[in-house]
Design a protein around this ligand. Sequence first.
Ligand SMILES: [Zn+2]
Length: 135
Amino acid sequence: MRDDETLDEAGEDICDQCGRLLDSEDVRIALVADSSAVHADSDRLDGQRLVLACSDEHLVRLQDVYARRPFVEPELWAGKIERALRRNRCWLSGRRLRRATGLSADQIRQALAWRTSGPALPPPRASGGELTAGG
Ligand SMILES: [Zn+2]
């Protein structure tokens, strides 16, 4: 219980594991590999995600989650393409897209194929397939 509730200034970051508000003096930080992480400003940080945790235990759990997540390069490339399109607010020719993303034509093709086929998401709800029982 706190009498003083003047923590608004520092209390913006939360633990990525449990959502707890982080104390700026007691935060754990790690950089993990993540092919879904594309940064708005810095291309050099693409594929890396900064994770914040409230304890050593939660930091280890987060690192474990990202270590087990497959690093899918076409996912990263698709993110770079989306960023390039956002920055240019329109379509880009193939050559300009290659220059803007630093990707090869083949990498762009793979990224678009990955985007089209989509990441394998589980169905929202596991239902029985008995909708057409009437025959
Ligand atoms: Zn936590």
